[in-house]
Design a protein around this ligand. Structure first.
Ligand code: NAD
Length: 353
């Protein structure tokens, strides 16, 4: 066996139907007595429920979390934190809300407990991407990692099926890139394969019946595994491309991941051990790039960047940006090959075999 390094990240997890009911107990376990409740304008009823469960421990709320964690929004939330003398953070929602909780934890050192309601996986990572003046800057620090996570399948039943599919493909992307990461290790690879398998089984069932509780549970479990992969090892070409496209052209996060993933896998097909594991997890004899493209089609996921608002004229610029700073990737980054990849993704063509 090859030598490797592995770091366990310390997050307490409580998984299962109704786990939200343990919110007050879990907050107390962190020693917090005055918390702020965070969410988005679309999930205010969830903040209401959390406050009801927390009673007098909830002393402030902020319901304007926004995509890509704008620093101006964080400043407004921090004012609320200071005014109310808060000593803990409770975030309920997807990656946008969790990002706000992380941004506050980074600046205050306060303990953060989160209740994820999508499959994006941010709850399991010490990573924070923030935007300011149209620029997204990402950092990785232990203080960013939430201290506790409550995975409650009941709260994911309301996630619309289109968002469930793209969020699931976003999660699969974390696991795929963990399988060929420079810091890859057997433990993370085991989690990655199990995470991909969970979604490959759950998403078609959810597509048939979005209220299928078993499938919802399997998807949420997959989200935990895939998010853990993202937290443990560095990502490669796929995440670089999505970061570039999201940051430069404002493309929606999960949808962009869904479109780019089959093409990034095709580009990295040289990573043959990872490809075998992805195919095994998907339960397919096909090349994994093609199998994932077809899975996306079957589930009604977007296939073309042009349908997400990407201008054709931006393809060359995106290739320049994604090739500008070197980063570890199984196949060397070649600018012209990236442009060809992006052109296919823009048009919605199948990935190159
Ligand atoms: P999101 O948090 O932006 O949520 C999208 C919308 O869906 C919001 O309006 C939200 O309120 C709503 N929603 C969420 N869960 C719902 C539910 N169960 N029912 C009904 N509506 C629901 O989407 P996302 O894809 O989870 O997060 C994207 C953001 O997360 C991006 O900014 C991305 O950069 C970040 N992210 C960060 C990491 C990390 O490790 N730092 C990892 C993944 C994603």
């Amino acid at each position: 066996m090859q030598a490797f390094q592995f770091e366990n990240l310390a997050t307490r997890v409580r998984f299962g139907s109704g786990s939200l009911l343990h919110l007050r107990e879990e907050v107390a376990r962190l020693g917090a007595t005055r918390v702020i409740v965070l969410t988005t304008p679309q999930q205010i009823s969830l903040a209401d429920r959390a406050e009801h469960l927390l009673g007098d421990v909830a002393v402030a709320r902020f319901t304007d979390a926004a995509m890509h964690t704008p620093q101006a929004v964080t400043q407004l939330a921090l004012e609320r934190v200071r005014e109310a003398g808060v000593d803990g953070i409770v975030s309920l929602g997807g990656g946008s809300t969790i990002g706000l909780g992380k941004a506050i934890a980074l600046r205050t050192g306060l303990p953060h407990i989160t209740v994820p309601t999508t499959y994006a996986g941010s709850e399991m990572t010490p990573i924070l991407g923030e935007t300011d003046a149209g620029r997204k800057v990402t950092q990785r620090q232990p203080v960013i990692q939430p201290r506790a996570v409550l995975y409650d399948v009941d709260l994911t039943l309301s996630l619309p099926i289109a968002a469930s599919v793209t969020s699931g493909l976003n999660a699969i992307a974390h696991a795929v890139e963990a399988l060929y990461a420079a810091e890859g290790n057997p433990i993370t690879s085991m989690l990655a394969e199990a995470g991909i398998r969970s979604f490959a089984q759950a998403l078609p069932r959810l597509h048939t019946d979005p209220a299928d509780r078993d499938a919802r549970e399997q998807a949420l479990y997959g989200a935990w595994l895939c998010g853990t992969c993202l937290g443990q090892v560095g990502m490669a070409l796929h995440h670089k491309l999505c970061h570039t496209l999201g940051g430069t052209f404002g493309l929606p996060h999960a949808e962009t991941h869904s479109v780019v993933l089959p093409h990034a896998i095709a580009y990295n097909a040289v990573a043959s051990v990872a490809m075998d594991r992805i195919a095994r997890a998907l339960g397919t004899d096909q090349a994994p790039a093609l199998a994932l493209f077809e899975l996306g089609q079957q589930l009604g996921a977007p296939a073309a960047l042009r349908d997400l608002g990407m201008p054709e004229a931006g393809i060359a610029q995106a290739a320049d940006l994604a090739a500008a700073n070197p980063y570890p990737n199984p196949r060397p980054i070649e600018r012209d090959a990236l442009e060809a990849l992006l052109r296919r993704a823009w048009a919605g063509s199948p990935p190159l075999a």
